[in-house]
Write a protein that binds this ligand. Structure first.
Ligand code: BES
Ligand code: ZN
Length: 454
């Protein structure tokens, strides 16, 4: 491994320059105006994968953005690792809150600032550089590796399920390695063993054909903005419990052991609150913050729209009101079942004074794995070598919809080894990746392939 380590250390600056070029491509999957950038980014990923020595590299077309695939299968008898990640990023607004431009990656204080730096181009690139280090230093990899980088993770991975189902043989593997999560804290490398699932929906209310003069008509019809507020207010009680009947039926309870382990993690609630700028934390009664975010389901309003919101005033009764809402799910909640319970409840609590439309959007299943599998042990050993520290085990509140599909369709367990940080600002202004974590992550990934090979 010494020549692999040397290769990484002597190429640090070049790695950084290349990563900056990757981050310069505005690969925002959700915005139609970035369609060409998405393809450019897929092609950039393709060229990288070829350049580092992967074979059979190609773009797989989908009804949406292309998937980039490549492999190196020169270690017969050794295990096969599927590395999964995404080259798409979230939109950048509010752009005025970025200290430097989101697509001009800039280093400040050892952190690299750009949209996608952590989520997930930086972490994808970390694996590509670990593969390159093995290939250039030794001419081979310690295990067989397949790399699949998609362009629709941030919009729910809607075309990836079909791709995996159609390409089962090509994608067959012993383990899936994913780096798309934050570590527990700065200097605390981590292995993530659970993710929440997601149900996303839009509620549209219509009260009248058009907006109305609130003097002439105020009092005669229901105001959809008020009705929407009333509907949303019935989703949760004051103790933070979700009121949708049946919502908690399949929730797997936290075990005493897991609660103890969460308590042992170096979590400072005061610091957490201050960092968020929240006057006071709030969540479901009877659970700690880590329990609330990792192991309990949520209901949230992601956006609201109704009526006049410009400068000054306008006396109007809006014709419509709209809310985007989502629920994070935990094992063993099923997104289809929860979506149906949600819709039935919204229908029940919405009065007949407005017309209701509920539109379901993307989602994903929750995921959790046992800690006593050999790939997790291998990851622990790789982290000790790459970071010189023991890894902690954690769950996460975020979602990676495809992880449960890997288990279901390929029968392969996933290992989630992420090198982001909890305050990395992913999906927000000033997203960054810590460069020490990046280089430590390149080394850890290189060790990981070897540890998995055994
Ligand atoms: N990298 C995140 C997933 C993540 C976030 C894991 C935070 C752990 C902590 C991923 O790119 C993401 O943002 N996923 C979306 C999925 C959704 C669009 C279906 C999410 O969690 O909102
Ligand atoms: Zn994301």
């Amino acid at each position: 491994m010494n020549n692999v380590i040397d290769f990484v250390n002597t190429n640090r600056d070049r790695f950084l320059d290349e990563l900056k070029a990757y981050l310069a491509i505005p690969s925002v999957s959700s915005l139609p105006e970035h369609r060409d950038d998405m393809r450019r980014c897929a092609e950039w990923t393709f060229a990288q994968m070829r350049g580092i020595g992967l074979q059979n590299v190609h773009l797989a077309e989908t009804p949406g953005h292309p998937i980039v695939y490549g492999e190196w299968l020169g270690a017969p008898g050794a295990p096969t690792i599927l590395v999964y990640g995404h080259y798409d990023v979230q939109p950048v607004d509010p752009i005025e809150q970025w200290t430097t431009q989101p697509f001009e990656a800039t280093v400040r204080d050892g952190d690299l600032y750009a949209r996608g730096a952590a989520d997930d181009k930086g972490q994808v690139f970390m694996h590509l550089k670990a593969i390159e280090a093995h290939m250039k230093a030794n001419g081979r990899l310690p295990a067989n590796i397949k790399v699949m980088i998609e362009g629709e993770e941030e919009v729910g991975s809607e075309n990836l399920d079909d791709f995996i189902r159609n390409e089962k043989a090509r994608l067959s593997c012993d383990v899936v390695v994913i780096s798309d999560t934050p570590m527990f804290a700065r200097g605390v490398p981590s292995i993530c063993y659970g993710l929440r699932g997601l149900v996303y929906a839009q509620i549209d209310l219509r009260g009248t054909k058009t907006d109305l003069h609130s003097g002439s008509f105020g009092g005669a019809v229901a105001n959809p903005a008020i009705v929407l507020a009333q509907v949303l207010a019935q989703m949760k009680d004051r103790s933070g419990r979700i009121r949708i009947p049946g919502f908690y039926d399949d929730v797997r309870a936290l075990t005493d052991q897991e609660r103890e382990e969460f308590k042992r993690l170096p979590f400072d609630e005061k610091h957490y609150r201050k960092d968020l700028g929240a006057p006071k934390l709030f969540g479901e009664t009877g659970y700690s913050t880590l329990e609330r975010t990792w192991a309990r389901p949520t209901f949230d309003v992601n956006g609201l729209l109704s009526g006049f919101t410009g400068e000054g005033s306008k006396t109007v009764i809006p014709a419509t009101a709209m809310a985007k809402v989502s629920m994070r799910l935990v094992p063993n909640q099923d997104p289809d079942k929860i979506a149906a319970l949600f819709e039935a409840y919204v229908r029940k609590v919405t009065p007949k004074t407005v017309e209701l439309t509920v539109t379901r959007m993307h989602g994903g299943k929750p995921w959790m794995t046992d800690l006593d599998n050999r790939f997790i042990q291998a990851t622990g050993r790789a982290i000790e070598q790459g970071f010189g520290k023991r890894a902690v085990f954690m769950r996460e509140g975020g979602s990676i919809p495809i992880v449960s599909t890997f288990q279901q369709e390929l029968g392969a367990p996933s290992v989630l080894f992420g090198i982001g940080l909890p305050d990395e600002n992913s999906h927000a202004p000033n997203e960054f990746l810590n460069l020490d974590n990046f280089y430590g992550g390149v080394l850890t990934s290189a060790f990981l392939y070897k540890e998995i090979a055994g």
